[in-house]
Design a binder for this molecule. Structure first.
Ligand SMILES: Nc1ncnc2c1ncn2[C@@H]1O[C@H](COP(=O)(O)OP(=O)(O)OP(=O)(O)O)[C@@H](O)[C@H]1O
Length: 236
């Protein structure tokens, strides 16, 4: 039997009396870039939290490589809208932090961190502190810090929504390149339909609360048609 990479199996989520997500059933294959769009409050972030392992479903279960997700795991990295960097650590030390926790030698920490600094175009800022960085640079640092763990899957919750349009485009380009080079699987939440289509190899559209999957679109070259279809669905 071929094991699914990620299987969100009939998952529902209820907070108190309020049903947030309703019977989400999705299989994600290794290497897909899945974007999730839907109205505010439909449970997109909650769904990511469940796949990360910080929130348990009220019903159903989520299997990652055949095993139920019950806790966080370095195999599944998470990146949020605001880069959560350690303010007292340099950019390089923020990036290498996970290696330090694994007792990797300082020399190897620096070697690996410098390779990611180079990839992110941040080499000149290695010794800067987070407050000295622009929003885009902070997100690049956060991305490098996630990637250095070599996660098999990365969850991103509107990571670029606080950035200006120009920086956002350059981050999208960088992320697409990383997806191709690292062949990591992405689950990416966004409000922005254009961003969902630009980045995604597949777009999942959720309905208003309680969030249900109302469309599961593979994105090929017909991006304009896909955008028109998504806008129509979200207007309903
Ligand atoms: N820990 C919690 N306890 C109670 N209610 C919660 C909790 N977390 C989220 N909610 C509620 O669940 C609903 C879905 O929240 P969630 O953040 O998952 O939605 P979202 O689709 O990501 O929204 P947005 O697009 O506005 O960020 C919201 O109504 C929110 O208030």
């Amino acid at each position: 039997m071929i094991m699914d990479f990620l299987h969100i199996k009939h998952v529902s989520l209820t907070y108190g009396q309020i049903r947030i997500l309703d019977d989400i059933d999705l299989v994600v294959s290794k290497g897909e870039f899945v974007t999730i769009v839907g109205p505010s409050g439909c449970g997109k972030s909650s769904l990511l939290k469940m796949v990360t392992g910080i929130q348990a479903p009220s019903e159903g279960e989520i299997l990652f490589q055949g095993e139920a997700i019950t806790d966080i795991d370095a195999k599944r990295g998470m990146m949020l809208q605001e880069a959560t960097l350690f303010p007292w650590l340099s950019v390089r030390d923020n990036i290498s932090f996970a290696l330090k926790m694994k007792s990797v030698s300082r020399k190897e920490q620096v070697r690996q961190a410098d390779a990611y600094l180079d990839l992110m175009g941040l080499s000149e800022f290695a010794d800067h502190l987070p407050y000295q960085l622009s929003g885009g640079m902070k997100q690049r640092t956060a991305l490098a810090r996630t990637l250095i763990n070599r996660p098999e899957m990365i969850m991103m919750d509107e990571p670029f929504s606080a950035l200006d349009a120009f920086t956002r485009k350059s981050m999208q380009k960088l992320l697409t390149q990383i997806w191709k080079d690292f062949q990591t699987t992405f689950l990416f939440v966004t409000h922005d339909v254009e961003e969902a289509i630009t980045l995604g190899s597949r777009v999942i559209i959720l309905s208003a609360r309680p969030g249900k999957v109302i469309e599961d679109l593979s994105i090929g070259t017909e991006k304009k048609e896909a955008a028109a279809r998504i806008f129509t669905l979200l207007e309903q």
